[in-house]
Design a protein around this ligand. Structure first.
Ligand SMILES: Cc1ncc(C[n+]2csc(CCOP(=O)(O)OP(=O)(O)O)c2C)c(N)n1
Ligand SMILES: [Mg+2]
Length: 354
């Protein structure tokens, strides 16, 4: 049972080629749900593209671009219920939008402002995790807790291929396997951990193979196919709710954007491959699928994009209207017994900042 099924070695796909060859349907998913998924994709894409612009304008700090990762995030998200917990990495920083979090909250996070902090309970959304893989044991613990309490909710942890080289991933995966925690381990395998290719990180044939050692089933999907991501996550959620424990999903893509705004991938990435991959980026692929199915047309696309652009315009306005935070916040939760000089040091710092 705990194996990468032979049928899963190839990447699962629902969306076919541009001419429609290979398109199939996901059982039980109607027109309205397809459009909801599309709206989420567009909101994430808009968030990402606007953020790169805001960064260049100096309005947010260094930013982890998730262009062409939207299908994994929206696909997985729509397979969850409202009560299920999400543990994002920096790559899924804006997934809270889909849970009703205002854009200004996420933008504030990237501005390093405390208005970008939230109570995880409010959105069933843990804080954005930057130390690679350290949220995996937290997610496993929360999921196990839900099981012990007899609650229906499950948890999902998003992380990258590089995270599977970290101890915390293995601790979390093992713990979830042993406890049968209702957890989905969603691995975004974009081929790179900054400049380290996945081939330099592991001798495993697939990342899903790593699940086998923990007694967890592994699935492999095309990470730019939003419906394949949705379908695989829905299966994992069904297993979790049935008391069958965790599932590992490896969603495969090729990173088409820099790791973050501070990175210049031209020194290491295959630029020709990037151009090829951009032609089949995930939002356009889903638009093609929906158009072929007669569900999407130009006016609808335009209005959904306009709504998403408005959301961002409003969000950045509100984030920038936040008064600057007091610098004392940097220290107030760090020092139980501040040194004698703390008060005067702080005054000096305030003076320096004007
Ligand atoms: C514990 C830890 N070590 C190192 C880093 C520095 N670092 C930031 S991103 C990154 C690569 C992560 O790659 P991957 O897990 O594939 O995620 P991706 O960025 O591709 O989504 C590293 C090593 C970190 N944030 N945390
Ligand atoms: Mg990666």
């Amino acid at each position: 049972m705990a194996q990468v099924l032979p049928a899963e070695r190839d990447l699962r796909r629902v969306i076919g080629d541009v001419d429609g060859a290979g398109d199939r349907e996901v059982e039980g998913v109607g027109e309205q749900q397809l459009l909801d998924i599309y709206r989420s994709l567009v909101r994430l894409r808009t968030y990402d593209e606007r953020s790169v612009v805001y960064h260049r304008q100096g309005r947010i700090g260094t930013y982890a671009i998730f262009w062409n990762h939207e299908a994994m995030q929206a696909g997985a998200f729509h397979a969850l219920d409202d009560e299920d917990w999400i543990f994002p990495s920096y790559r899924e920083s804006a997934i809270g939008l889909l849970r009703g979090m205002p854009a200004e909250t996420v933008l504030s996070w990237w501005r390093g402002h405390p208005a970008g902090w939230w109570n995880p309970e409010d959105y069933r959304l843990a804080s954005i995790c930057v130390p690679i893989a350290t949220h995996v044991p937290h997610a496993a613990g929360l999921a196990w807790g839900k099981k012990l309490k007899g609650e229906r909710a499950c948890a999902i942890a998003f992380f990258g291929d590089g995270a599977t080289s970290e101890g915390a991933f293995h601790e979390g995966a093992n713990f979830a396997g042993v406890t049968g925690a209702p957890l989905i381990l969603f691995c975004n395998n974009n081929g790179w951990a900054i400049s380290t290719p996945v081939e330099a990180q592991t001798r495993a044939q697939t990342l899903a193979d790593k699940a086998v050692g923990y007694g967890i089933p592994g699935l492999r999907v095309d990470g730019t196919d939003v419906l394949a991501c949705y379908e695989a996550t829905r299966e994992a959620v069904t297993r979790a709710r049935a008391g069958e424990g965790p599932t590992f999903i490896e969603a495969v893509s090729y990173r088409t954007a820099p790791h973050a705004t501070a990175d210049d991938p031209s020194a290491y990435i295959d630029l020709e491959r990037v151009e090829e991959e951009k032609k089949r980026e995930c939002v356009g692929r889903f638009e093609g699928y929906l158009t072929r199915a007669g569900i999407l047309h130009g006016d609808l696309v335009a209005s959904i994009r306009a709504e998403a652009a408005d959301e961002m315009r409003e969000g950045i306005k509100k984030a920038e209207a936040e008064p600057a935070a007091d610098v004392e916040l940097l220290f107030s939760n760090a020092l139980v017994d501040p040194p004698a000089s703390f008060g005067s040091d702080l005054d000096e710092l305030r003076g320096t900042l004007g």
